[in-house]
Design a protein around this ligand. Structure first.
Ligand SMILES: C[S@@+](CC[C@H](N)C(=O)[O-])C[C@H]1O[C@@H](n2cnc3c(N)ncnc32)[C@H](O)[C@@H]1O
Length: 301
């Protein structure tokens, strides 16, 4: 349920609205009391600080929702807006596209060979990210040919995918216990890792892109780079340095490490538009502390 904020006619989410009410009560209660002036000033500064904090959080949430909406719009098939296409027809089209992608689509493997060192919570998060990644591919006008490699049948991740992801066994995705190098020549493989020196310039039908099936962000840094070195394959990072700059945020937090489904959304949008700017603008998570360089945005002169 949403509440209406009295000040700006805004709609506040429950938690924020209640906190704002409390702040208002606090301020009101203080007016009649005879506090020493310094204490009162300090108190109202704290109230103001809290209020600004809530406002910033609200603004961040709003912008996140806007970005999500834009991303979904960009990745959506044009027919989805057409009421003439019934759910059944759309399902058939999706099925056909995914089948076609298996022979002609851009190829992307998720390397699931590194789950042994993961906690149950991480395995569960990875299963959720695989569901979102597949969901994005299903909605795309030109889906990728997806492969889950090194997926052990009956293993922890497999069982978690079965538990969490409805219809997992019917996913139109290749699932195999083999590794990407058992399936493709090493010279065609490009392992995507945030720690690569080279930036990815384009996506190419002759290459096979690999994402590391990892969810950790801090504990095991450079794990996917080490894995790529072990396989002796090319590496590439998303061209974040080339197209984005750090933005100011309350926590001064900046990270270029994304979840596999977020990287995949960027690749999907890039393959549909041919523009990194558009792909990063639409799909780079706002909470990571980066924004597309002003000189690249559509609104700029
Ligand atoms: C959560 S990240 C894993 C981070 C981990 N510390 C590592 O060793 O890479 C999961 C996967 O997403 C892909 N990825 C995430 N951010 C990326 C970036 N900026 N550029 C290229 N690939 C990225 C990589 O394939 C990575 O293995």
């Amino acid at each position: 349920m949403a509440h209406s904020g009295s000040d700006a006619g805004e709609t506040w989410p429950d938690g924020v609205s209640e906190a704002m009410d409390l702040l208002r009560i606090d301020v009101g209660a203080d007016v009649g009391e005879e506090r020493p002036a310094r204490e009162a000033a300090l108190f109202s500064r704290n109230v103001l600080r809290k209020q600004r904090h809530w406002e910033r959080q609200l603004a961040a949430k709003k912008s996140k929702r806007k970005e999500e909406k834009q991303r979904r719009k960009l990745n959506r098939e044009p027919e989805a807006d057409n009421p003439e296409f019934s759910k059944r027809v759309m399902k058939a089209i999706t099925k056909e596209r995914l089948a076609e992608a298996r022979s002609t689509g851009l190829k992307l493997c998720v390397d699931l060979s590194m789950t042994d060192g993961m906690s149950d919570k991480e395995v569960s998060r990875l299963a959720g990210q695989l569901r979102r990644l597949y969901g994005s591919n299903k909605k795309a006008a030109r889906p990728f040919h997806l492969l889950l490699t090194d997926l052990v049948e009956g293993g922890r991740l497999y069982r978690e995918c079965l538990r969490m992801n409805e219809g997992f066994l019917n996913y139109m995705i290749d699932m195999t216990e083999e590794s990407c190098l058992d399936l493709f020549p090493p010279e065609t493989v490009v392992y995507l890792t945030p720690d690569a020196e080279e930036a990815l310039e384009t996506v190419d039908a002759d290459k096979v892109y690999v994402l590391g099936g990892l969810v950790d962000e801090s504990i095991r840094k450079t794990l996917s780079l080490s894995r790529a070195r072990e396989l002796s394959v090319h590496t590439a990072r998303l061209p974040i340095n080339e197209h984005m700059v750090k933005n100011n945020n309350a926590k001064n937090f900046h990270s270029k490490i994304l979840a596999i489904n977020q990287v995949f959304d960027i690749l999907l949008t890039f393959s549909a538009t041919g523009s990194w700017t558009e792909a990063l603008q639409a799909c780079f998570p706002p909470g990571k502390g980066y924004a597309v360089k002003a000189s690249f945005t559509r609104d700029s002169p």
